[in-house]
Write a protein that binds this ligand. Sequence first.
Ligand SMILES: [Zn+2]
Length: 170
Amino acid sequence: MPRKAAGPVYVKTYSEGEIFLYGGERRALVRVGGRAAGERARVSGGRLIVYGEAHDLKRFITYWYAAETEKIARALVPAWSKKLRVRPLAITVKYMRTRWGSCSSAGRISLNLRLSMLSPDVAEYVIVHELCHMKQMNHSDLFWNEVRSALPEATTLRKKLRAEEREAVL
Ligand SMILES: [Zn+2]
């Protein structure tokens, strides 16, 4: 799923009040010094609350998004794999600069750790898209037929992804 950044590039400064996308919604960064038990970050309404020192913020926020993306993958991949009758070999959540996901011919699926920034239906579309590559390793009409028969609203979700991804940066 190749993606090239379009439009303005937002460069994060990890400063108080800066806007981060989570679940497709904008949250303002609030830093709380010290540490909550086992918790680095959480969202509360329109805020992304991060526990730690200023120099920890980027690292903690990145880990947190990755953990949230892993939760989404655990919640969606088994059910969709069953529905699509595919058996991915491995699902890896990792840093990817320009793509939201990838699928190797062996069935190794990688998901961008920033997936949890997107709206839940958009994140689901990305996962379905990658799983459908296990049936069609290309973007042919056959591939898109697979995607649309799994998710009839795929075309709309793809547009929504394009709109959201400009702000879905770390
Ligand atoms: Zn693709």
